[in-house]
Design a protein around this ligand. Structure first.
Ligand code: IVH
Length: 657
């Protein structure tokens, strides 16, 4: 019965997935989908023998690879020739029309992502391979499987090789980058790099979290059609996401009109396109025209000119982030590029400025990288008149005057003064931010205002702001209601689960995800503070650099003092597991603790178990379900072994949490 339900759920969820991600027409609310998805996950856990790589649950990512295997393509994956003007396009068409007076052109968006070949056998998704050098690519199946719109089953049993582009929608790109910013990681320069970087991840759960998508635009030598357009319509029927802006034209003038039209609307699309692709539709004509060694003669890419503008650098200045990282920026005369006005661009670091030789006063070309982030392309050296000044990277922090340090192997300079105003203000604002302690009403501007008044200089100060009513109410535009709301939000934040505090503290390398893993593994601040490098490295998903960062952070006496004060101020220092329900392994079980525990104290371990619904008993009997043992465990452990009671080391216990 439930096996049938399992099959039924797989089919249902596959259909809902298709309706949502391919047709863009969801037919059930998200909550219902989530509920069915969980039901399927539970059934799959119950019947592991029914494992199926094409189950919709596999879209969350489940494989972690050591490296990607190389795969030779059935047929080479070719690139396209480029044209950049109407003249060049007409030339290309003229040569074709000399051979065939009547030609039908299929016109498509040139999606800016990375080329991918998908292989299906016996109706099942088998492999996804990158283009590589065109002959041989890399097997990235485990990552591509997680793309929601890609069918894992098709109603076609012969081997099917469909090619297209994996891309990152603009919204996903912004989300991924803002997450990376919050985690102190380097941002992706554009959606194409972000897509490529995500596909190169060995852990498919990371790729799954990046919101990638795909458009499919080429089936080499498709036996199901006599022309390209029909072959794509066939692919669409099989469930592939084929871009619905594809159109046929019978003359190149109309093709050009279409290109011009698209140039005007391309910035409004939810994904990046960097041109249009024009293909001779008829397969027989394609065959006659053939290929050169590298590119088909029957297709061409028209590349949109990068939208660039010319302006003048007015100034260069440094911004200091919460980690102390110093980023140089250019301020220039405002110009309009790709639909919006821009006046600032990051210059990344000292090497970047030197390499591009950008000077204050230079005339520069700017554009929007991936149409989103302003970027300086180059300085026009011919325009120099001698008044331009090279930028001297400062030796001291522009905010606090502290010495700047550039570590070996790092391109960035850092202000290492932990009392630097910029570090404090941004650090406190980060602590209070939504994904950290979630104190509504304590954004950057407020933190700066309180800082200026001298009432907010540390995390601890947040929790004494309720004492500063008079000062706060004197600050411009700060009303009584805002003050009361703020005090309430601060009070509520004390009850947050441990991971929020860990993320808020701004430990190097510890982003939101690592904070969650640490909190759920160690459960208490003390447990984490006492963890050794080995304890930390033993945790899946915590790499050696992060582990070292954590050990260093907790070794620092000042950090110990801060945590102690926050504890005294009443902040919760424990992990609150919202997912605790009867499905944890200890719910309803009788557990005995024995020996000297080192990760947790007796009290902590007992609390953890009781919170999970376990009964913690003092002696071992045949009714005992688990014995958790530490150092120098004696008779209780022996008895457990005799009775066949499951014994868990403290470490195994932690891993089960
Ligand atoms: S057709 C044999 N169609 O652009 C024909 N390519 O610059 C193979 N691309 O390698 C390619 N959108 O990665 C084709 N609608 C589209 C495309 C497209 C983007 C990419 C593809 C190709 C590159 C060439």
């Amino acid at each position: 019965m439930s096996k049938e339900r399992l099959k039924e759920l797989r089919e249902l969820l596959t259909r809902y997935n298709y309706e949502y991600h391919v047709l863009d027409k969801p037919t059930i609310p998200d909550s219902e989908y989530d509920q069915l998805f969980r039901e399927l996950q539970d059934l799959e856990a119950k019947y592991p023998e029914l494992d199926d790589p094409s189950s919709p649950t596999k879209k969350v990512g489940y494989e972690v690879l050591e490296s990607f295997n190389k795969v030779v393509h059935d047929r080479p994956m070719l690139s396209l020739g480029n044209v950049f003007s109407y003249e060049e396009l007409k030339d290309w068409a003229r040569k074709i029309e000399e051979v065939f007076p009547k030609v039908e052109y299929c016109v498509e968006y040139k999606i800016d992502g990375l080329a991918m070949s998908l292989i299906y056998e016996d109706g099942l998704f088998r492999q996804a391979v990158t283009r590589g050098d065109g002959v041989e690519g890399e097997d990235v199946t485990s990552n591509v499987r997680t793309i929601k719109s890609i069918p894992l089953k098709i109603d076609y049993t012969q081997r099917y090789d469909i090619r297209g582009e994996v891309y990152m929608p603009k919204k996903a790109f912004e989300r991924v980058n803002s997450q990376r910013r919050a985690d102190g990681e380097e941002e992706f320069a554009n959606p194409r790099n972000a897509a490529a970087g995500s596909i190169r991840q060995l852990d498919s759960r990371i790729a799954a979290s990046r919101g990638l998508d795909g458009f499919w635009y080429h089936v080499p030598e498709d036996p199901n059609a006599s022309n390209h357009y029909d072959s794509l319509m066939y692919a669409r029927k099989l469930g592939f996401k084929v871009n619905d802006t594809i159109r046929l034209y019978d003359n190149i003038e109309d093709v050009w009109k279409r290109i011009e039209e698209t140039a005007g609307i391309r910035h409004d699309l939810p994904y990046e396109i960097d041109g249009m692709v024009i293909k001779v539709n008829d397969y027989r004509q394609q065959e006659t025209l053939g290929f050169t060694s590298r590119i088909p003669k029957w297709a061409i890419a028209y590349k949109f000119p990068a939208e660039e503008a010319r302006t003048k650098v007015e100034d260069m200045f440094i911004t200091v982030g919460r980690t102390g990282k110093c980023t140089p920026n250019a301020r220039f005369e405002p110009v309009k590029v790709a639909g919006t006005t821009i006046s600032y661009a990051t210059l990344h670091n000292e090497d970047y400025i030197k390499e591009k030789d950008i000077r204050i006063g230079d005339t520069i070309i700017v554009r929007k990288a991936g149409d989103i982030i302003p970027e300086v392309v180059r300085a026009i050296r011919e325009n120099r008149d001698g008044s331009q000044v090279p930028f001297e990277f400062p030796k001291f922090c522009p905010v606090c005057g502290g010495k700047l340090v550039r570590y070996e192997d790092e391109a960035a300079h850092f202000c290492i003064n932990t009392d630097c105003e910029a570090r404090l203000v941004f650090g406190i604002a980060h602590f209070a931010s939504r994904d950290a302690m979630n104190i509504d009403g304590l954004g950057e501007k407020k933190v700066q205002a309180f800082f200026n008044e001298g009432i907010l200089r540390s995390f601890e100060d947040i929790y004494t702001l309720f004492n500063k009513k008079d000062i706060i109410l004197n600050i411009d535009k700060f009303g009584l209601k805002s003050y009361e709301n703020l005090v309430e939000a601060i009070e509520n934040s004390k009850k947050n689960s441990l991971e929020r505090l860990l993320f808020g503290l701004g430990i190097r390398q510890v982003g939101e995800k690592a904070a969650r893993i640490l909190a759920s593994s160690f459960r208490t601040m003390d447990g984490l503070m006492n963890a050794s490098l080995e304890d930390l490295s033993a945790i899946k998903d915590i790499g050696p650099i992060t582990a070292q960062g954590i050990v260093d952070f907790f070794k620092d006496e000042n950090n110990q003092r801060i945590i102690n004060e926050l504890k005294l101020l009443g902040l919760n220092m424990e992990y609150i597991d919202n997912s605790v329900s009867s499905d944890n392994p200890f719910a309803g079980k009788t557990v005995v603790l024995t020996g000297t525990l080192s990760i947790y104290s007796r009290k902590e371990a007992t609390e953890l178990l009781e919170n999970m619904g376990a009964n913690v008993a003092g002696s071992v009997s045949k009714n005992t379900d688990y014995v958790i043992y530490g150092e120098a465990a004696g008779s209780k452990l022996t008895k457990a072994n005799e009775l066949g009671v499951k014994a868990l080391s403290e470490e195994e216990f932690r891993n089960m949490l």
